[in-house]
Design a protein around this ligand. Structure first.
Ligand code: AMP
Ligand code: FE
Ligand code: FE
Ligand code: ZN
Length: 282
């Protein structure tokens, strides 16, 4: 079984619409794919219907923007009930935070000499997504300021760069609780990619496991071989279920092809059991 538990559509910052993502998953030979858009499950129903005709099992997922010690940490929720009010409200808060941030980001970029408008950014959005940094990056590509999204992040949008403005994030332990209360299984996404590595040493991951975290994303493109080996040891020591995934964003991210990392079937079985026991909806 080829299982990929982390992928984005244009309902957030991917470039394929949900049905297109499922078609791409079938082409990539996946049996199971989780749609995990940022802070929304709005694409899941369409993806599930597409999965039925494409012969791909689509898992209801979401990637929640959390923070730990003021650093952004992404938490996947797999099998959460979309009708859960507490989770839905928390995610709406994050999405509103992105909307309210946009004028401030545009102002910061203009102050740094980049002529860009909110309309330029909104013109990049297709699937009803809330405007995030990747869409600002796309607008900068369209304006000819940078070559691709990565260059936009490296020069302008990453933490510490002139266009960086933070937005609403959910306390990580609260995120873990929200996912479980909504019937889902939580996965610490790319734990040692980017800034999060600094605030999530092994002892903190063990503490999070004790606080209810279920799974650890070990195999991810932001983790080199050494990092993966260390995270595998942590998952063995803590009992966290280890997952692997592409974090596919369509053409929005290179080197994240569907199926480039996979989740073991035994891990998927464990996640299924967790969600079933909690009354969630995979
Ligand atoms: P936002 O939550 O709107 O600030 O945007 C966060 C998204 O931007 C993440 O989900 C990633 O897809 C992308 N992103 C964040 N940091 C980087 C980076 N350094 N390089 C490329 N993409 C990034
Ligand atoms: Fe993203
Ligand atoms: Fe992420
Ligand atoms: Zn992601």
């Amino acid at each position: 079984m080829r299982i990929d538990l982390h992928a984005h559509s244009d309902v957030s910052d991917g470039t394929d619409d949900p049905a297109g993502l499922v078609a791409a998953a079938a082409t990539a030979g996946l049996d199971v794919v989780a749609l995990t858009d940022h802070d929304t499950m709005a694409g899941v129903d369409v993806a599930k219907i597409a999965g039925e005709s494409a012969g791909v099992t689509v898992i209801r997922g979401v990637e929640i923007t959390c923070e730990y010690e003021s650093v952004t940490v992404h938490l996947l929720g797999l099998g959460c009930d979309p009708a859960d009010d507490a989770l839905a409200l928390a995610m709406a808060d994050v999405r509103q935070g992105r909307v309210l941030r946009l004028p401030r980001m545009v102002a910061a970029l203009n102050a740094a000499g980049i002529g860009i408008t909110e309309e330029d950014v909104m013109a990049q959005i297709t699937g009803g997504a809330t405007p995030g940094r990747p869409h600002v990056a796309d607008a900068m590509v369209a304006l000819g300021v940078v070559r691709d999204r990565q260059e936009a992040f490296d020069q302008w949008l990453d933490v510490g760069r002139p266009g960086y403005i933070g937005h609403v994030k959910i306390d990580l332990t609260r995120g873990i609780e929200l996912v479980a209360a909504a019937g889902g299984a939580s996965v610490l996404a790319h734990a040692w990619g980017r800034q999060s590595r600094r605030v999530l040493p092994a002892a903190v991951i063990a503490h999070l496991a004790a606080a209810g975290l279920d799974c650890l994303e070990v195999d991810h493109q932001l983790h080199d071989a050494e990092t993966r080996a260390a995270l595998r040891e942590i998952s063995a020591a803590t009992g966290l279920v280890q997952t692997g995934s592409s974090d596919y964003h369509g053409t929005g991210k290179v080197n994240h092809d569907l199926g480039c990392n996979l989740t073991p079937e035994s891990s998927f079985d464990a996640i299924r059991s967790l969600v079933e026991a909690r009354g969630g909806r995979l």
